[in-house]
Design a protein. Structure first.
Length: 256
């Protein structure tokens, strides 16, 4: 796709040059460190209590008691920080008046949107990579199920990609970065809690709400269950929001 690599490099440089990324990254790692410390601390307390009764030692599982809760906690942190990674991608271009100049470049709308999206996804993956030393330390201290760890990180990457695509779309709707971030967080939160109404709605509609919920699909991946339906969900959602972004950009061109 012509111009994709150029847009990707431009956005990566712009994001790395922005203090927002470093603040977001530092906040993410501090929160991740706190959640890791708290889950490991809880596991240590339970291990100490169980140690008094050897019959229950075999029931201790660091993967279930530390890794899975840690991944769930990280998914919540992603819901909070992803809007800050995307809020300026399109909104800042509109505010500064450079979006019209960008459209005059010999690149297509798809290259522009995908380049910005992939740059944000790269930074999200780098943040997730920052938690790898903690997981490596846990591997050194106890036995973990490697496939659960890999599946959990894969799920976090897919979840981040879905939230970032929503953020790209909301950033295209306005030139105000704060509004873009609030809309992205609100949309992500709605996808997070929509499954709570599954039993209340019941029937086919309830099943649809359950499938649309972003949490159920991630919980399966955090358990180490690679279901094609969950992977398909996390691939369709970014495609949907990127499609909406492209259609909105096209409509703005027609409106002038």
């Amino acid at each position: 796709m012509k111009g994709l690599w150029a847009i990707y490099k431009r956005e990566c440089y712009s994001l790395f040059a922005s203090p927002i990324f470093y603040v977001v990254c530092a906040s993410f790692l501090v929160l991740a460190g706190y959640f890791f410390w708290s889950t490991v601390g809880y596991f240590h307390v339970v291990s100490f209590q169980v140690g008094r009764n050897p019959a229950y030692i075999s029931q201790l599982n660091a993967t279930e008691m530390v890794v899975r809760p840690f991944f769930v906690d990280l998914s919540i942190v992603l819901l909070l920080v992803c809007p800050f990674l995307t809020m300026r991608l399109m909104a800042e271009e509109r505010r500064a008046g450079t979006v019209e100049l960008l459209f005059t470049y010999p690149v297509g709308d798809k290259a522009i949107v995908l380049g910005k999206y992939l740059a944000a996804l790269t930074l999200c993956c780098l943040m997730l990579l920052g938690t790898a030393p903690a997981m490596g330390l846990l591997f050194a201290l106890t036995r973990l199920e490697l496939m659960v760890v890999l599946s959990g990180y894969f799920g976090l990457m897919l979840l981040g990609g879905a939230l970032l695509s929503l953020g790209i779309f909301t950033s295209a709707l306005t030139e105000n970065q704060i509004i873009a971030a609030v809309l992205a967080f609100g949309g992500g939160l709605m996808l997070w809690i929509i499954g709570w109404s599954e039993q209340l709605a019941g029937g086919t509609f309830g099943k649809v709400l359950g499938y649309l919920a972003i949490t159920g699909h991630f919980e399966n991946l955090a358990k180490g269950v690679l279901d094609s339906r969950d992977v398909a969900y996390y691939l369709i959602l970014p495609l949907f929001f990127i499609f909406l972004t492209l259609r909105y950009m096209e409509s703005r061109k027609w409106r002038g």
